[in-house]
Design a protein around this ligand. Structure first.
Ligand code: ADP
Ligand code: MG
Length: 479
């Protein structure tokens, strides 16, 4: 029974689950500083270091927290926060305020006291029969505007296509507009920016942003509640429909069917579709061909890793927006160290601030280095995937474009697998990032490549000699 559990043991169990679901950097920054302070039957109270910290958790980890606490304490479980206030009078003890839990489903502020059970997140949003237009809550986050989106080589096409679409929804050849790219590269931000811009320019348009997993849940619930038609009608009256992360549709045939119907209706009526995905349409597995071919009617634009200059510009903008003042050398250090994920770039900035404010230390380059080095060892010297590919291609006398192509020629496949193997061994990139760099392969392909290379090294002397040789070359050049 829950009453026999202690707050510490419950929270420790939660932490175990959380640890498996977030990067170690994020775990250190956002979860280690949390203290469990009270357990009252099914209400767990945790103490967080600041208001800012609480808001960050709410914005980024609400789902994870909800799931884990529910896992530990059952469906009705609730989470309450208490915030340690900054100690402004030197040695007075920090004090704690309790954010009181609310009983009802407060959708705007679910974290404050989440009714963790009974999937409260989705209200039936569907149209009331007979009404043509209703006021649809667009679900747009005003922080994710074009103003806040830094333009760079990495996103120029996607950004300008997005901007064009926002100014003439349904009226450009970019319909649908599919924005794709790896995690943390700005897909969600850009998707919101389009919606916000439409609302600014044409307030009368019905804009809806929906995360694909929510779309799927809504559909499943509509089937259960036997109001599938309402679901379809609701979506068919949107002027600008933005669905984020459509790769979640993979394998969901029923939802794909219904999305297909919605897509056709909107497209035929000159309505705009904006979609995002973590892969290019050709690499989206588990999605019906007829949908994929429709994606090609419009424009697919990718978001790439930002270069150093863009990373600096993003940090500067972030600091400007949040009113943060940091010495240039520190921002530069962050931008140099964290190269392939804008979310992590911002996370590093925030965690340096959080550390500094928690320990009441001034932010120095030394502190920044300590923080970042803890998380991203040797990043400034880390070989890049591009670099590994170049060395491997030179070695086997292949063009980079061939390596990144879809060709199944044996020698190319092998070179590609070796490049993946080194990328896994020598960089901190995730399997899917590596796959993306090697011609849009998925993480399973990369994993398979690493295993194949390991096996061949055990069994094939010549192969092993090649790999060892290559390893030396990569090492030399990366010094
Ligand atoms: P994705 O959806 O691709 O995983 P997000 O859109 O959530 O990535 O972006 C991650 C973070 O990086 C967000 O805080 C976002 O505001 C920020 N970001 C991404 N691209 C840019 C950009 N070009 N300029 C400013 N901030 C950006
Ligand atoms: Mg996203």
């Amino acid at each position: 029974m829950t009453t026999t559990k202690s707050h510490t043991s419950v929270w420790n169990n939660c932490l175990k689950i959380i640890k498996d679901n977030v990067s170690s950097q994020n775990f250190k920054t956002w979860f280690e500083p949390i203290k469990a302070v009270k357990l009252d039957a099914i209400v767990l109270t945790i103490e967080v270091p600041s208001q800012f910290f609480y808001e960050w958790l709410e914005e980024h980890y609400i789902d994870l927290l909800r799931k884990t606490v529910r896992h530990e304490l059952g469906k009705e479980a609730r989470l309450e926060y208490s915030i340690v206030m900054e100690d402004t009078f030197n040695n007075a003890k920090p004090y704690t305020i309790n954010i009181p839990g609310k009983q009802n489903n407060d959708l705007k502020n679910p974290a404050v006291s989440m009714p963790i059970g009974s999937s409260p997140a989705i209200r039936n949003p569907f149209i009331i029969p007979g009404l043509r237009k209703i006021n649809v809550e667009s679900n747009l986050n005003s922080n994710y505007s074009f103003d806040h989106f830094v333009e760079g080589d990495c996103n120029r096409l996607a950004r300008s296509a997005g901007y064009a679409v926002a100014n003439k929804p349904g009226g450009t050849s970019f319909n649908p507009l599919l924005i794709y790219g790896g995690s943390g590269l700005g897909k969600t931000h850009l998707a919101h920016a389009i919606g916000i811009e439409v609302k600014n320019k044409a307030p009368g348009k019905t804009v809806l942003y929906v995360a694909c997993d929510k779309f799927i849940t809504q559909f499943t619930e509509s089937v259960r509640n036997n109001n599938q038609n309402d679901f379809v009608h609701f979506y068919q009256m949107i002027d600008v429909l933005i669905i984020d992360d459509i790769h979640y549709l993979a394998g969901k045939e029923k939802t794909q069917d219904v999305f297909f119907a919605i897509f056709n209706h909107l497209h035929q009526n000159g309505k705009q579709l904006v979609l995002t995905s973590d892969k290019a349409p050709v690499d989206l597995q588990g999605i019906e061909q007829r949908l994929l071919s429709r994606f090609k009617w419009g424009l697919s634009a990718d978001l790439q890793m930002p270069d150093l200059e863009t990373r600096m510009a993003i940090l500067r903008k972030r600091m400007y927006i949040d009113g943060i003042v940091l010495p240039d050398e520190i921002a530069e250090y962050i931008a140099y160290s964290i190269t392939n994920n804008i979310r992590e770039l911002e996370g590093a900035l925030i965690s340096i601030l959080a550390q500094a404010s928690m320990n009441k230390k001034a932010i120095t380059l030394e502190l920044a280095k300590q923080m970042i080095d803890k998380f991203v060892k040797n990043t400034t010297h880390e070989v890049s995937i591009d670099y590994i590919q170049k060395v491997v291609c030179d070695y086997f006398n292949l063009g980079i474009d061939v390596l990144k192509s879809k060709t199944r020629k044996r020698e190319v496949v092998q070179a590609r697998q070796i490049a993946m193997y080194f990328a896994k061994a020598m960089t901190k990139s995730s399997l899917s990032t590596i796959g993306m760099h090697c011609g849009g392969k998925d993480h399973a392909t990369v994993l398979h490549a690493c295993r194949t290379v390991n096996n061949l090294m055990d069994t094939d002397k010549k192969f092993k000699a090649n790999v060892t040789d290559l390893q030396k070359k990569i090492n030399i050049h990366s010094k």
